[in-house]
Design a binder for this molecule. Structure first.
Ligand code: ZN
Length: 163
């Protein structure tokens, strides 16, 4: 079943309730530092380019995460909650020794989402305070979730393609 519900996206919180995972706290902090640095020096073309990379990758990654929720073939109960051993009831990956963390994990930091790493956040954007990692650092789907998508959208598509 392709999930027929709404796709919701919310802005990141500026304060973090107890129990917020460290990846989300780090993500919010690092995004704040990047945006604040740009706002303090909007004529800095290099900083503007980095902010554009971060924000476009953040938006694309978030949209992709939500689309995957909708196209995953998962078992659900009568209330619509996911009932798979490696996913929580909302369809988020629960990583373990046998389940690889992926784009459907709730707790994803800036590197997981954009491949941009703040090495010394307090010094950003000073030289050496950040690094753009290979794009492969951005989390994709783990094998199990990839197979769940493929059950609905097999690749490569085979003819006939519909008429
Ligand atoms: Zn989600």
């Amino acid at each position: 079943m392709v999930y027929p519900g709404l796709v919701e996206m919310h802005r990141l919180a500026l304060t973090h309730p107890a129990g917020t995972c460290p990846e989300m706290v780090s993500l919010a902090d690092h995004l704040q530092r990047i945006v604040q640095a740009y706002l303090a020096d909007p004529a800095n073309a290099e900083l503007k380019q980095l902010m554009l990379v971060v924000l476009t990758r953040m938006i694309a990654n978030t949209i992709l995460h939500e689309v995957y929720h909708s196209v995953l073939d998962t078992a659900r109960d009568a209330a619509g909650k996911v009932t798979e051993p490696d996913l929580d009831e909302d369809g988020h990956t629960v990583a373990s020794t046998t389940v690889k963390r992926d784009i459907l994990a709730t707790c994803r930091d800036l590197v997981d989402r954009t491949a941009v790493r703040l090495l010394r956040p307090a010094d950003f954007p000073a030289a050496g305070s950040f690094r753009i990692e290979p794009f492969s650092q951005v989390l994709g789907l783990n094998l199990k979730n990839d197979q769940r998508v493929a059950r609905h959208f097999a690749l490569p598509p085979t003819p006939p393609f519909g008429s």
